[in-house]
Design a protein around this ligand. Structure first.
Ligand SMILES: [Ca+2]
Ligand SMILES: [Ca+2]
Ligand SMILES: [Ca+2]
Ligand SMILES: [Ca+2]
Length: 600
């Protein structure tokens, strides 16, 4: 093998870098790494792959895996036996191989005639029966597997397909944690009839991905280094196209494509398959990309569309924290789909994509789901947003991503209107309310004005408490408003104001109106007042809008308690209208005011 590499490299063909890499691998012994360990995909190997469309993916992937080194089928130097006995080595016993169909552990015998032989999983009778120095698919180890001789014979050149109960069973051994058992379809057995071969469940994905490799690797044309003609191998569900070719053909078919897609989903890639890929790569210089990137299988052979997010909207009538996400299904999420979608996962991007909700798939044309979000609009962050996407998950775990959208939620619920009361039983007066029974209560703000119906300006107080203490016992009007944590405001409460006649007697030693009784009154009321010191005392009457009505008293008095009577008339003796009025007492620079109510 070393000699063949050197001779190829010395031929001066383009793309010498790949051959140099192969020689390097061989010289460093990686070519003979045990099958139980596997390396990572070489850095940059798939850098030129373009995944934007199925055709671009196929074309660029073909360019990456094209032009591998041909391993001789049988040779006194390195041949396919050497490759396959490493590639199919029993993970539990490096002296043995595990065969592809029977899952039996056989002692390696190095080639020739023994209990296992080499299986062309893409039967060479379908397109490339005549081996030779230029027949690349014939010895391509990505599709050659070691197989129990009898099972290989049973398989023959039957296309891979789905059998039904009643087909002939070929059981497997239990090895490497799988296989074994018999008698119940499908169990862990291979099955076949006169037309199709159904590989057992542990190797369905392996042979399927080998078929996908063969289709993309062989696209016709010529090997760009050796110039050898190559067939175009094509997977199909059209059985009439799958025919044997008596000689090497330019186009050939194998199947059944839809079954292979299911097998790819049902039997995901495992470490043994990855190790196999590394071993074959170390000899041939090309990889099976569908082992490294299983998601490319459906992207090429079962292209789907979606999911597509059609709306991201605030959930109405809530306190915020929810978004309604609506999307159209992935096209695989349909009745009779070859590879169904099991669920949709909604993800939000923080520093990475995290799952926030799941929606089981049920072949609906579209879905709509309320999902949680930490983004709630508020005055501080009017447009907080995160990114979201929908991930459609296939039965086998492969995913299809939607485009990314962004959104945020809104708190649509303002607090209820406060119900306020005013307690004048002592000083200070207590203006109080009940805290609203809402989860996002933030503050109650108290506003004071000097006339009824005032326009609230700067609040006296804003906090999460349930009362305001008023030491100013003059006549004022009060309203209260609630706010929530997202800046939503309630309506203003009904206005409250004190009944100033109910103020307790502040004491005879003070200059003040001490009592108005009765109040409300009709037709007479008595106004008691006290003077702390002798002097001129004047008591005026005003309407509620501040208009002067009349003077009730204007004379000198000594210190002490006094009382006058007012008959509800104005200066000219006319009866005043019903409504509130105000008394203002002035003496020695002191002022006191009282509200009184005339009722008719
Ligand atoms: Ca497998
Ligand atoms: Ca092809
Ligand atoms: Ca909302
Ligand atoms: Ca709210």
């Amino acid at each position: 093998m070393f000699m063949s590499c050197v001779s190829l490299r010395n031929a001066g063909r383009p793309r010498a870098g790949m051959w140099t890499a192969i020689v390097f691998l061989i010289l460093t012994g990686l070519a003979f790494a045990p099958a139980g360990s596997h390396a990572d995909v070489p850095a940059g190997y798939y850098d030129t792959v373009v995944t934007s469309t199925p055709l671009q993916l196929r074309t660029t992937l073909h360019a990456v895996i094209d032009d591998n080194l041909k391993i001789p089928y049988t040779s006194s130097s390195t041949d396919t036996w050497n490759v396959l006995e490493l590639a199919d080595q029993d993970p539990g016993n490096s002296a043995n191989i595990l065969d592809v169909y029977k899952n039996r552990s056989y002692l390696k015998f190095g080639g020739g005639t023994g209990p296992y032989n080499r299986e062309h999983s893409w039967p060479n009778s379908y397109g490339f029966p005549d081996d030779g120095a230029t027949n690349y698919p014939y010895t391509d180890c990505h599709h050659l597997f070691l197989s129990d001789v009898a099972y290989n014979s049973d398989r023959g050149n039957k296309p891979y397909g789905a059998c039904v109960p009643g087909a002939t069973e070929r059981v497997t051994d239990y090895n490497d944690g799988m296989g074994g058992g018999s008698g119940v379809f499908p169990g862990n057995s291979n099955w076949f009839d006169s037309i199709l071969w159904q590989t057992w469940n542990g190797r369905q994905g392996d042979v399927a991905r080998a078929m996908f490799y063969m289709d993309v690797r062989y696209e016709g044309g010529t090997h760009s280094i050796t110039g050898a003609a190559e067939p175009n191998l094509i997977l199909t569900d059209n059985a009439s196209l799958i025919v044997t070719t008596s000689s090497n053909a330019s186009v050939a078919y194998m199947g059944m494509l839809s079954v292979l897609l299911k097998w790819n989903a049902a039997d995901p890639v495992d470490d043994r398959e990855r190790s196999r890929n590394d071993v074959v790569y170390s000899f041939q210089g090309n990889r099976n990309p569908f082992i490294d990137h299983p998601e490319w299988v459906n992207a090429i052979f079962l292209p789907s569309t979606g999911p597509t997010i059609t709306a991201v909207a605030d959930v109405p009538a809530d306190q915020g924290g929810q978004l309604q996400l609506t999307w159209q299904r992935n096209s695989l999420d349909a009745a009779g789909s070859l590879v169904p979608i099991t669920q949709y996962v909604i993800q939000r991007f923080t520093t990475t994509w995290i799952d926030v909700a799941t929606q089981p798939a049920n072949a609906s044309a579209s879905y709509s789901l309320a999902i949680p979000t930490p983004d709630i609009a508020s005055p501080a962050t009017p447009e907080p947003w995160s990114q979201y996407r929908v991930v459609a998950v296939e039965t086998g775990g492969l995913t299809h991503l939607s485009a990314v959208v962004s959104g945020y939620s809104i708190d649509n619920l303002a607090p209820p209107t406060p119900v306020v009361s005013l307690d004048q039983s002592g000083v200070p007066w207590v203006i109080s309310w009940v805290a609203p029974a809402i989860p996002d209560f933030s503050a109650a703000c108290v506003y004071r004005g000097d006339v009824t119906g005032f326009v609230p300006g700067t609040p006296l107080q804003c906090d999460a408490g349930t009362s305001y203490l008023e030491y100013d016992t003059a006549l004022h009007y009060y309203v209260v408003q609630f706010a929530d944590t997202h800046g939503n405001l309630s309506s203003f409460s009904a206005e409250v104001s004190p009944d100033v006649t109910d103020v307790p007697d502040a004491g005879a030693a003070l200059t003040a109106i001490t009592r108005v009784y009765p109040n409300p009154f009709n037709p007479l009321t008595r106004v008691a007042f006290s003077l702390g010191e002798p002097g001129l005392v004047r008591i005026d009457l005003f309407a509620a809008d501040g208009r002067f009505m009349r003077t009730l008293l204007d004379e000198s008095r000594g210190a002490g308690a006094f009382e006058i009577v007012w008959d509800g008339t104005d200066d000219r003796g006319g009866r005043l209208a019903s409504g509130p009025y105000f008394l203002r007492l002035q003496s020695n620079g002191q002022i006191d005011t009282r509200k009184l109510l005339l009722l008719k």
